[in-house]
Design a protein around this ligand. Structure first.
Ligand SMILES: C[S@@+](CC[C@H](N)C(=O)[O-])C[C@H]1O[C@@H](n2cnc3c(N)ncnc32)[C@H](O)[C@@H]1O
Length: 371
């Protein structure tokens, strides 16, 4: 089965997330090809509605036809592309193909006219800058009823329709309406989902967040029917996490909150860690190289202590973010070799992956470790 996935702004991270999520649901990625910010994936089983569990994915589409453009248009003439009730609607055509898009655009106009539908193709006028600097199309209007796409790779073209879309409103509501918020310290629900997916945790298993703060990673995990243990040495943060998880009405049997130091706390056996530790002071000015190195050393010491305290209780992966500090044009990362040597864990291939916004002084690097 083939699907199109439109990714968020950090392509490298989103691809890894999709790959990891498909392992989590026992439907591993067989193949994929990439074009701008979209990937065409091949999996064995049908994909259900999965977009809510992915933090770095904007939309998912089903392939309706593939081959030469002529084969596609012949094939589509017998198919219903519009599933709405009104006979008037707007649509967009995502272009992941070079020169062939016009043929499809013309074909769709004729097809809808023939079917007596007042269908208007709206151009994708929005733009978004990816982390790698590339600028790609973005859908900004919400007055669009249908989204189609053409993805081309080598001689093969894939036409299809977007069937799953990220519900930004729902995500924002969940984040903004919770009783306790700590804007400057909290991780976004999107990044929380990405870390959970990278941990490869499966349904019913237990995830630990040893720097849980007010519980964003815990909340996103509980939504996915995982069990969680949250630890924070700040009692106020644990109180906040408790309020947030009670507000979301999760089953209390599925979470445990511990107010303690993660470098000495004793916990039950669990399956994985996904966490955003203290990334050091919030820096308003670019620090000196010495200051950046000092922050990194403090971070490494904390991680070594916490990982060594918890690793024997964790059967699977340890996923964490680390500070990535800008000093002039260069960035200073944490010394992962030192962490690996002192914890005797290994770095999973393909990591670390950087995650930062243009101009941000402290960005993140995402690490995935295993035994
Ligand atoms: C960046 S915040 C985590 C934010 C969290 N992801 C959230 O959504 O609220 C880091 C947290 O780690 C906690 N912390 C720092 N050192 C700790 C330690 N040794 N043991 C447990 N918690 C610690 C801090 O109190 C802080 O709440």
């Amino acid at each position: 089965m083939k699907y199109l996935i439109i990714l968020g702004r950090n392509i490298e991270l989103s691809v890894k997330e999709v790959e990891s999520y498909l392992i989590r649901i026992n439907n591993p990625l067989l193949n994929y090809s990439i074009n701008k910010n979209a990937i065409l994936i091949e999996v064995k089983e049908k994909l259900n509605n999965i977009i809510e569990n992915l933090g770095g994915v904007i939309a998912i589409g089903e392939i309706l036809s593939s081959g030469e453009i002529e084969e596609i248009t012949n094939d589509l003439s017998g198919k219903e592309l519009y599933s709405g009730q009104k006979n008037k609607f707007n649509y967009v055509l995502w272009n992941y193909s070079k020169e062939k898009i016009d043929e499809i655009s013309i074909y769709l106009k004729q097809k809808f006219r023939f079917e007596k539908l007042k269908a208007i193709e709206k151009k994708l006028t929005g733009k978004v800058k990816l982390q790698n600097g590339e600028i790609v199309d973005n859908l900004v209007s919400n007055l669009i009823e249908e989204e189609y796409f053409l993805f081309s790779k080598d001689d093969e073209n894939y036409f299809g329709k977007i069937t799953q879309k990220c519900n930004y409103e729902e995500l924002e509501k969940r984040d903004m309406n919770k009783p306790v918020r700590r804007e400057s310290l909290s991780i976004s629900p999107r990044l929380a989902k990405i870390l959970i997916n990278l941990s490869l945790i499966k349904k019913g298993e237990t995830l630990v967040d040893p720097f849980c703060g007010i519980g964003v990673i815990l909340q996103e995990s509980l939504i996915q029917n995982l069990k969680v243990i949250g630890i924070d040495k700040d009692r106020e943060a644990i109180k906040g996490a408790n309020q947030n998880l009670s507000w979301a009405k999760f089953n209390k049997e599925n979470y445990r909150l511990i107010s303690n130091d993660s470098s000495s706390v004793n916990i039950d056996k669990a399956n994985a860690i996904a966490t955003e530790p203290d990334l050091g002071d919030i820096l308003k000015k670019i620090p000196t190289k010495e200051k950046a190195q000092e922050i990194q050393e403090g971070f490494e010491n904390l991680m070594i202590k916490v990982i060594n305290n918890l690793k024997n209780k964790i059967s699977g992966r340890i996923v964490f973010t680390a500070p990535d500090i800008r000093i002039g044009k260069k960035r200073i990362s944490c010394n992962i070799e030192r962490i690996l040597e002192r914890t005797r864990l290994r770095l999973v291939e393909g990591f670390p992956i950087k995650e930062f916004r243009q101009g941000q002084i402290v960005g993140r690097e995402i690490f995935v470790l295993e035994k």
